[in-house]
Design a protein around this ligand. Structure first.
Ligand SMILES: NC(=O)C1=CN([C@@H]2O[C@H](COP(=O)(O)OP(=O)(O)OC[C@H]3O[C@@H](n4cnc5c(N)ncnc54)[C@H](O)[C@@H]3O)[C@@H](O)[C@H]2O)[C@@H](O)CC1
Ligand SMILES: [K+]
Length: 516
């Protein structure tokens, strides 16, 4: 599903008005009706219920006034609480304020000194709160007066429905710089805004409902490159059912370069990730002394032992054998558990320019390249890199804080600069393609922050690449399925006890949903 910035949404609204002649007041009417419809789906009958509608001076407040009118017409008792002076209203919002006034309905101004007491009283007898203070036009931080209102609303213990976006969330980033409405539901118009799918905005938004406000499909369609929220529907379109004539060679021969003495588990988890994701054949290459251990509990994969250093990590001498194995594989995944031993680092740096097959690079595979990222940009094969913010910080040579502050931008810039697919881990994993596409993943939970979880993801992506998914689709579907499997695992096992191996166990269930 396409997601947009405030500016993109404003442009779409403007095009609807100017190119198609749809009056703004019609869009606002549709928006308000859309919210009321969602409310009716949630509580069936609004008759007799008491609503407090918080109204700001912009168009978001205008939507609030349409909502107030329709709720009133349906028999609800509605209190309009204005966080502005009536003289501040303009355009379509002013039209709707005038209608409300002409209906003889009361307006309570809560922007005055006595406002807080009026609000407290109103909230006491309120069943449901509608938040139409700020929408996509909001910038910066709410002022102190508004912050007090928001705090009262948040502790009122009443269900809160936010209009378009919770007031206080920045529409383009999901950032919350001060006070912010914590909604149970957010009804957003036309297309979801980025701030609703990126943290912390996503957590403030509660359940998201996207309603149609009659914007022409041509304006909202996802054409060319763009930003998408990953949904089951999105990723399902990238998979096709297996042909009855398929054999193991049809589903990809995946070679995995992973592990070291003391980190054999990382290698096995990667191999199992690829297998569970449907790879036809998996070969796991590990330092030679740990090969028996790697093979011991990995019935379905082949293993190879490669020359190693005294510390049990891959040595430079592994290069020729590795290149030979690559000739018999369709995809390579490298990095989990390989350490940053200087010889192993050299091996990775020498290997990269010689690669002949699509490759997924993770963990210490990325750390090996952090001082020579030019190698990444100079490979001739499709690459998918899967850094967590720490690895990304080493690659880009900027702080983790800076990366986390602008995740989408850094992932996009790196993907274009190095001409590869970037999967930036963390809450709301981002996948950016070299062509400028961006996918935001909504699945996953903090229970997945456990050793080995990333190794499983690397394996899944390699497995999907082997089955012919385009690199950006393999990375995006991999992130979605990995997160979904983690969500299913946590449902059974809880956030504290879920292990990486459990993500593997629930992956089949996540994949089954794709083929339902
Ligand atoms: N034609 C359109 O553009 C449509 C817009 N719609 C609604 O309009 C909203 C956008 O409306 P607006 O652009 O008027 O803006 P908003 O209503 O989101 O913003 C409210 C007002 O707050 C001001 N403001 C921004 N940051 C502030 C801060 N930190 N402290 C105090 N005041 C601040 C803005 O200048 C603006 O006047 C959407 O979110 C949506 O709800 C819908 O009615 C559908 C159609
Ligand atoms: K709002």
């Amino acid at each position: 599903m396409r997601v947009v910035t405030a500016e993109e949404m404003r442009q779409i609204d403007q095009d609807a008005m100017e190119q198609y002649g749809i009056p703004g007041v019609v869009l606002m009417e549709n928006a308000g009706i859309g919210v009321v419809r969602v409310i009716e789906e949630l509580i069936q009958n609004v008759r007799g219920k008491v609503f407090s509608v918080l109204v700001g001076k912009g168009n978001n407040g205008g939507d609030g006034l349409v909502i107030a009118r329709h709720l009133h017409n349906k028999g609800a008792q509605v209190k309009v609480l204005l966080m502005a002076n009536p003289s501040d209203f303009r355009g379509d919002a002013k039209v709707n304020l005038n209608i409300w006034e002409k209906m003889g309905q009361p307006i309570y101004q809560i922007n005055q000194t006595t406002g807080i007491n009026i609000l407290k009283l109103a909230l006491l007898s309120t069943d449901i709160i509608v938040d139409a203070l700020y929408g996509t036009g909001f910038h910066g931080e709410v002022e102190e007066k508004v912050a007090k209102v928001i705090e009262l609303v948040n502790v009122s213990n009443r269900p809160i429905i936010s209009v378009d976006i919770p007031s206080g969330v920045l529409a383009d980033s999901g950032k919350v710089l001060g006070a912010c409405i914590r909604a149970n539901h957010t009804v957003t118009f036309g297309l979801p805004k980025l701030g609703l799918v990126m943290e912390p905005g996503a957590s403030f938004a509660g359940e998201i409902h996207v309603v149609d406000i009659s914007l022409p499909g041509k304006l909202t369609d996802l054409s060319g490159s763009g930003k998408q929220l990953l949904t089951l529907e999105t990723i399902s379109a990238w998979f096709s059912p297996r042909s009855p004539e398929g054999h193991k060679g049809s589903y990809g021969r995946v070679l995995i370069l992973a592990g070291s003495r003391g980190m054999v588990g990382a290698a096995r988890l990667t191999a199992k990730g690829a297998l569970r994701a449907g790879a036809g054949l998996v070969t796991l290459a590990v330092p030679e002394s740990v090969q028996p251990v790697a093979a011991a509990s990995l019935d379905e994969a082949m293993t190879k032992g490669l020359p190693e250093t005294g510390e049990g990590t891959f040595s430079e001498d592994a290069l020729d054998m590795l290149l030979e194995y690559c000739k018999q594989a369709d995809v390579l995944a490298l990095g989990p558990g390989i350490t940053t031993h200087p010889e192993t680092v050299k091996l990775i740096r020498t290997l990269l320019p010689k690669l002949t097959i699509p490759t997924v690079i993770d963990a210490d595979g990325l750390n090996a390249l952090s001082e020579s990222t030019d190698i990444l940009g100079n490979t001739t094969v499709p690459l998918v890199i899967t850094p967590h913010p720490g690895e990304m910080s080493r690659l880009l040579n900027i702080s983790v804080h800076e990366i986390q502050d602008d995740r989408l931008n850094y992932a996009t810039v790196a993907a274009i600069e190095w001409n590869l697919t970037v999967l930036l881990k963390g809450a709301g994993t981002i996948v950016a393609s070299p062509g400028g596409n961006v996918y935001i993943n909504p699945t996953g939970n903090p229970g997945m922050a456990t050793g080995g979880s990333g190794d499983v993801l690397t394996g899944i992506i390699a497995g999907l690449l082997g089955q012919g998914l385009a690199p950006e689709h393999a990375a995006a579907a991999g992130a979605y399925l990995h997160g979904r499997a983690g969500d299913l695992a946590v449902r059974q096992l809880g956030q504290m006890s879920t292990l990486a191996g459990d993500i593997l166990k629930y992956l089949p269930e996540a994949l089954r949903e794709v083929f339902k």
